[in-house]
Design a protein around this ligand. Structure first.
Ligand code: SF4
Length: 490
């Protein structure tokens, strides 16, 4: 049986054909020299790789090398590798004579299956139609060909703001891992690398995300039993005192390959059948995994490499230094300082702060989408190019102009005010667009619509906002104010 080379995001048993298959793991330091990663992300990836090597014992050959190429030079035997998750890595493995490349694993809908589905579409590829296809194809939450519960999406009931009378949702926090000797060794190595000149972003901290399959399975079981029931209603809510809410916090575990998404999907389905979780929560969770995660994975490969550089709104501004450096202390806007601070502290915030605070702010300012893909990739524990290209290019920055979403995810402070507790403690007023207390999101929203009027005219979902824009009597003053604010931290 050939030795299987596992990348650091291919760590679960489903990346092997046999539990005794010989394995190669290569730790490349050059990855961390090339770009500035969040320190906790670097820790997570290295710790996961080294823990996998420790689990496999003599079955694995573990090489520490400057580059993958250097590591491969020390291996004489033929190798197999599962389809890597980035174009750069795929190009590299395909150029290696002794390495055979196997189909991708770790996702539910295969690349060929997706391409057949997408080729048969006319018009834009939408999550809703893909998700319906995937539910039927993989027999998830369906009765015959019909959706369990009668509707494919139960999202309408899943958009509740955080409860006003409690700091935390009444669910136990996700079980936090206990660090061990391998974590201590990783931390010491990262300290040494920093002294040698390798730079990291964010704060170091106790490890908060699983690095072994056992830790990931424990977190999944805990989520299904204790947190899933409230996941649905509060999946879009934001609360300054409770960053985790009822989210699974398993995205990094799926993206490291520690868990296969289908085991979580079947687990959630089972929770519904056992009446342990309501259907809207289960459906919302399934949609994120079987729907969105597989959708953006497949789109990354379905589109050509140029998709990552899409910039349909023709924006040119570069991401400012305070954002790049996660300098939450430079920001007064409460929502943004809390969310950016969350990234700095944990390398993670859930999908709504990403989309409606970070993505929304960047979209309004007109920052370059490709820079944002890179920023999200480097600073989030679950960030990889395949996932951030879909999230940023396809969704949050509208850089593919409506090919994935029916309207840009731009909104004023009213949305954040409704879905969070942020505005109460903010020096800005979500209702104001002009003056010293003008909310940067509200002013930014009108400025965004004005700037992109030609590109988004005709979008039916924005027709009302465009009419409102036409009725604003102070729009010139708002534009002048936003020009003066520029990209300074708000
Ligand atoms: Fe954010 Fe505006 Fe609310 Fe302040 S007022 S928290 S800037 S949305």
């Amino acid at each position: 049986m050939s030795r299987r080379w596992l990348f650091a995001d291919q760590l679960g048993p489903h990346f092997l054909d046999d539990r005794h298959q010989p394995v190669l793991l290569i730790e490349s330091k050059a990855v961390f020299r090339r770009r500035v990663f969040h320190r906790q992300k670097a820790h997570l990836v290295l710790s996961a790789l080294r823990h996998r090597a420790a689990e496999l014992g003599d079955q694995a050959r573990y090489l520490r090398a400057e580059t993958y190429r250097d590591g491969l030079r020390r291996v004489r035997e033929p190798l197999e590798v599962c389809h890597p998750t980035s174009r750069r890595a795929l190009d590299f493995v395909r150029r290696q004579e002794r390495v055979s490349v196997l189909p991708a694993r770790g996702f539910v809908t295969g690349l060929d299956d997706f391409a057949d589905w997408a080729d048969a579409r006319r018009g834009p590829l939408r999550l809703e139609t893909f998700y319906r296809f995937a539910r039927q194809r993989h027999d998830v939450l369906v009765e015959g060909d019909e959706p369990t519960g009668g509707r494919w999406s139960l999202d309408q009931g899943n958009r509740q703001p955080p409860p006003k009378d409690a700091d935390h949702l009444p669910v136990p926090a996700p079980p936090m891992p206990r660090e061990d000797d391998i974590d201590a060794e990783v931390r010491a190595d990262l300290d040494r690398w920093e002294r040698e000149g390798i730079r990291f972003a964010g704060q170091d901290g106790p490890r908060r995300f699983p690095v072994t399959r056992r830790e990931a399975q424990a977190r999944l079981r805990h989520f299904l039993r204790h947190r899933l029931p409230l996941f649905g209603p509060y999946e879009d809510a934001m609360r300054s005192t409770d960053p985790w809410l009822a989210h699974s916090t398993l995205s990094s575990s799926f993206n490291l390959g520690l868990l296969h998404p289908m085991e979580a999907i079947r687990g959630a389905e089972q929770a519904y059948r056992a009446k342990a979780a309501p259907l809207p929560s289960v459906e919302g969770f399934v949609r994120q995994l079987l729907g969105w995660r597989d959708f953006v994975w497949n789109l990354y490969w379905y589109h050509d490499a140029g998709w990552r550089d899409s910039n349909a709104l023709a924006v040119r501004r570069t991401v400012p230094a305070w954002w790049q450096e996660l300098d939450a202390d430079a920001v007064r806007a409460h929502c943004l300082t809390d969310v950016l601070g969350g990234v700095r502290e944990h390398g993670w915030v859930h999908h709504i702060p990403r989309l409606m605070v970070l993505g929304n702010y960047a979209l309004q300012r007109g920052w370059r989408p490709a820079e944002l893909v890179d920023w999200f990739h480097r600073n989030f524990v679950d960030g990889y190019e395949w996932v951030m290209t879909g999230n940023v290019i396809g969704m949050s920055q509208y850089a593919h102009l409506g090919q994935l979403t029916t309207k840009p995810y731009a909104s004023g402070g009213a949305y954040i005010n409704r879905m969070s507790d942020y505005c109460g403690g903010c020096p800005y007023d979500p209702k104001r667009r002009l003056g010293d207390t003008a909310c940067p999101f509200t002013a930014g929203y009108w400025s965004f619509l004005h700037r992109n009027r030609q590109r988004i005219t005709g979008n039916a979902r924005l027709a009302r906002s465009m009419k409102q824009l036409d009725r604003l009597t102070d729009v010139d003053a708002v534009l002048a104010q936003e020009k003066q604010r520029g990209d300074a931290a708000p």
